[in-house]
Ligand binder design. Structure first.
Ligand SMILES: Nc1ncnc2c1ncn2[C@@H]1O[C@H](COP(=O)(O)OP(=O)(O)OP(=O)(O)O)[C@@H](O)[C@H]1O
Length: 222
């Protein structure tokens, strides 16, 4: 059996609201294997984004562990989390989260700039497959939602990360644009050998993934 890219072990996380503690994740166990594509679904407020935030290091667990490629992250400082995100992680969000003063090309090059790498043949391939060749000089705020999400996918995969976290990537798109974005995301993640964990409320979107998990009452069910 291949070693997990990400493993959550007995992971518990909750939030305090006044003097009430509200447990969101309760001793969650999961493993994402190399090449996995997984849809994470569940009711609103069940903790899907919280789980992604724990894997990305934006939140810290109350107890339990996040392991990345068998390395425990418990002792990581902010600097190590930043390096991990720059080098190993790609992220795609519902709201695109592009750098709006910049054009499409500079947004895509941004991930490479953070690790001191130049634009390369893989970036040209991403641009070509995502249909962005004629849009590279355009400010991203002047692009349509579908075009912006295609730029976001190129940015997320430009450095061939080990793991792609996608949070409702089609949430702001119509059905046709959503299907197109999902097909490209899957194709390019596979070419980059990137493991995908995708949060979605859309069954059509989840159907693009090979595995499906449901998060409910703090626990994951496959
Ligand atoms: N930083 C925070 N402080 C306090 N409570 C939080 C925080 N982040 C999340 N929560 C709470 O944790 C619970 C899970 O939130 P989360 O956003 O992870 O759910 P979700 O499954 O992604 O929901 P949705 O599908 O609606 O996006 C919610 O009750 C939310 O209010």
């Amino acid at each position: 059996m291949k070693a997990a890219i990400v493993e959550l072990s007995q992971l518990t996380k909750g939030f305090s609201d006044g003097d009430q503690y509200h447990k969101v994740l309760d001793r969650v166990e999961l493993q994402l294997l190399p090449g996995d594509t997984v849809a994470l679904q569940g009711p609103s407020g069940s903790g899907k984004s919280t789980l992604l935030n724990l894997i990305a290091g934006f939140e810290r667990p109350d107890s339990g562990r996040v392991l990345f490629e068998q390395q425990a992250t418990d002792g990581w400082r902010d600097r190590q989390w930043s390096a991990f995100r720059r080098q190993q992680l790609g992220m795609v969000f519902q709201q695109f989260n592009l750098l709006t003063p910049l054009n499409a090309a500079d947004n895509i090059a941004f991930s490479l700039h953070l690790i001191n790498q130049p634009w390369n043949a893989w970036c040209d391939h991403l641009v070509s497959r995502l249909g962005l060749a004629t849009l590279l000089e355009r400010k991203v705020e002047h692009l349509s939602g579908g075009q912006q999400q295609r730029v976001a996918i190129a940015r997320a995969l430009a450095h061939k990360p080990r793991l792609l976290l996608a949070d409702e990537p089609t949430g702001n798109l119509d059905a046709a644009a959503g299907q197109e974005v999902m097909a490209l995301l899957c194709e390019l993640a596979e070419e980059a050998a990137t493991t995908v964990l995708l949060v979605t409320h859309s069954q059509a979107c989840a159907d693009f993934m090979r595995r499906r998990w449901r998060l409910e009452l703090g626990a994951i069910h496959e």
